[in-house]
Write a new protein. Sequence first.
Length: 189
Amino acid sequence: MKIATFNINNINKRLRNLTAWLAKAQPDVVCLQELKVEQRALPASALRDLGYRGVWLGERSWNDVAILARECDPVLTRSSLPGESSGSASTLYRSGGKRCADHAIYLPNGNPQPGPKFDYKLAWFERLIEHGAELIKAGVPVVLAGDCNVVPTVQDIYRTRSLHNNALIQPQSRQAFARLLAEGWTDAL
């Protein structure tokens, strides 16, 4: 099974790139982040023409995600993390498939930091770590795919002072990501 993730940063502006890539790579499952399109404006027919069907939650901003599956219908079983109120700034989808459960994640960016957005990011990360531990305990093959909005180590980014205060490179963000991996997950990048 080939599973891919793609932060598309506006699906309608990059539809030609996406469809060309789907036709060439033919992944079985694709998790997309930052669709930046309202729910009813997702170009579903263009994706169906390539054999992909999906579940998604569209927004005009950046917190939206989708799961596309080739030649089958993904089943939406959850649209938020346990303990999260509906309509929150970050989203998660779960698609129950025959061989595994796929999660499309867009973890909150957290900028500017310090502040309420960064606090929300860290709280969301905690809920993801807890949920991830439960998934591992369940013993079901599962993939968490998406954008965690963290630069895990200093080796993962060029040197810059302009990003010194960015939420993606803060020690707390990096520590939360490391704790997620320590639960038994593998960073495929």
